[in-house]
Design a protein around this ligand. Structure first.
Ligand SMILES: Cc1cc2nc3c(=O)[nH]c(=O)nc-3n(C[C@H](O)[C@H](O)[C@H](O)COP(=O)(O)O)c2cc1C
Length: 191
């Protein structure tokens, strides 16, 4: 198969579209972050790549805590807004009409309207280049009660907002479930 080279890039599809909750100078703020993911299982650690010029970065450093909020597909416009304006100039919480709640730390505001919220404690900040790699240990995880079906977490109800980066640059939904993970591949195993 023919391949087209793009050189060194960060072209990974899809990416999440998390909303990072912080308190900066005593005021709650939220920013969109797509360069993020799971870094470790035990202990549970999430990674964020954040430019140190972000207003949110000040809050992470100041309080050594932050939240990772998973927006649903219906929150695309608000998620984009939180990624194109700074908390330096805007009260994004008020503009978006977000309701905040707190878990264990009063400096890690979480967004009630996001179906999944993870409260994190900063454990490492590594300068990489354009971005700093922020590692946060998850202190607690919250899921909205209406995201369960018969007591089981239901991804159709979470409806996470997916980000498809440049050169496409779009928000999308997840499509249908194809096959069970850690299971469907078993048909290829040699007996
Ligand atoms: C879809 C999307 C993804 C983004 N991902 C990141 C990211 O991973 N890291 C980052 O530093 N900025 C990212 N940004 C940009 C910040 O969200 C943006 O600069 C924001 O205004 C920072 O807010 P603050 O100044 O209130 O902290 C992203 C923006 C959008 C729209």
């Amino acid at each position: 198969m023919e391949k087209r080279s793009f050189g060194p890039s960060t072209m990974v599809f899809p990416q999440p579209s998390f909303l990072i909750g912080t308190k900066v100078n005593g005021r709650p703020n939220v920013m969109t972050c797509a360069w993020a993911g799971v870094a470790c299982g035990y202990p549970p650690i999430l990674s964020l790549s954040i430019r140190s010029v972000r207003y949110s970065y000040l809050g992470i450093k100041e309080n050594e805590t932050f939240s990772v909020n998973v927006p649903s597909a219906s929150m695309a416009v608000k998620t984009d807004f939180c990624g194109i304006v700074s908390g330096k100039k805007y009260d994004k919480i008020e503009e978006c009409g977000f309701t905040l709640f707190y878990g264990h730390d009063e400096n890690a505001p979480m967004i009630t309207e996001c179906p999944v919220n993870l409260e994190c404690k900063l454990i490492q900040d590594i300068e990489l280049g354009s971005h700093n790699l922020i590692l946060g240990e998850v202190i607690d995880t919250f899921v909205s009660e209406d995201c369960f079906t018969d007591g089981v977490l239901d991804i159709e109800k979470i409806q996470p907002l997916v980000y498809t980066p440049s050169p496409i640059g779009a928000y999308q939904t997840l499509s249908e479930i194809l096959a069970p993970a850690f299971q469907c591949g078993k048909v290829m195993k040699k007996k």
